[in-house]
Design a protein around this ligand. Structure first.
Ligand code: ADP
Ligand code: ADP
Length: 227
């Protein structure tokens, strides 16, 4: 079944502007790696933010794991989110940052400690738990953000240009890590990028955005074969 369903989803920020997202229909399968690809301003982030619950819909419905989520705040949706600029708490250590979603959900301390250790190992940062965000590299910070986004075992991970702030070498490394995380966790990934190569390398399917609409949804192979 579908992990995430968008049904006629539209977003209009202002009456005198064209809609940022215009009647989007999309079904994202459980465990699928789906990429929203398109140029700047085509509505990818707005779509992701509506799935996350950061933006209200003007029209349509979003269904996550069979639940209509329109009235649910972000933290009650079964998803983790990673942003371009990490958004780590600067005064908290790496381990405390990763533990934060567990504390919000009242997970007990022994269980929290175990899970934090597990996800730090998943992203290869088990040795940096006591550092502050200001004492690690950008690539490491994005790994911490990834660990924090999956530590409470959501069924869906949303990523908005997670590699966009990194240099080329880091980007290639992180791309490999994200592919490996997808294989190991087996959960649904929804990934936003304007970089076609990134999309082709990572995705099971790609939804191509154009001026607020989805122009096509295809596998990388199908997309690549087209003129
Ligand atoms: P993308 O992620 O593809 O770059 P966005 O979803 O950010 O596209 O933007 C789609 C359109 O919506 C753009 O025209 C953008 O200027 C507009 N937009 C995005 N966020 C806001 C906002 N908070 N207020 C008003 N307009 C916005
Ligand atoms: P406090 O300052 O309240 O004692 P800690 O820094 O000890 O908080 O831990 C905050 C959270 O981070 C806790 O949930 C703890 O389990 C987790 N944590 C801290 N350090 C580690 C670590 N090295 N490995 C795993 N989890 C850790």
């Amino acid at each position: 079944g579908a992990a995430v369903r968008l049904v006629g989803v539209s977003k209009r920020y202002a009456d005198h502007q064209p809609p940022a997202v215009d009647d989007v229909h999309l079904e994202i399968g459980a465990g699928e790696f789906m990429t929203l690809l398109g140029p700047s301003g085509s509505g990818k982030s707005t779509t992701l933010n509506m799935i996350a619950g950061f933006e209200r819909l003007t029209a349509g419905d979003i269904i996550i794991d069979g639940v209509r989520v329109a009235s649910l705040p972000p933290y009650k949706r079964d998803l983790g989110m990673v942003f371009q600029h990490y958004a780590l708490f600067p005064h908290m250590t790496v381990a405390q940052n990763v533990a934060f979603p567990l504390e919000q959900r009242n997970v007990g301390r022994p269980e929290a400690r175990r899970r934090v250790a597990d996800v730090l190992e998943l992203v290869g940062l088990e040795h940096l738990g006591d550092r502050l965000p200001g004492q690690i590299s950008g690539g490491q910070a994005q790994r911490v953000a990834l660990a924090r986004a999956v530590v409470f075992e959501p069924h869906v991970l949303l990523m908005d240009e997670p590699l966009g702030a990194l240099d080329k070498k880091m980007r290639e490394q992180l791309q490999g890590e994200i592919a490996r995380m997808h294989r190991e966790l087996g959960i649904t990934f929804v990934f936003v990028t304007h970089d076609q190569e990134e999309a082709l390398a990572l995705s099971d399917r790609i939804a191509v955005f154009d001026r607020g609409r989805i122009a096509q949804v295809d596998t990388p192979r199908e997309l690549y074969a087209r003129p």
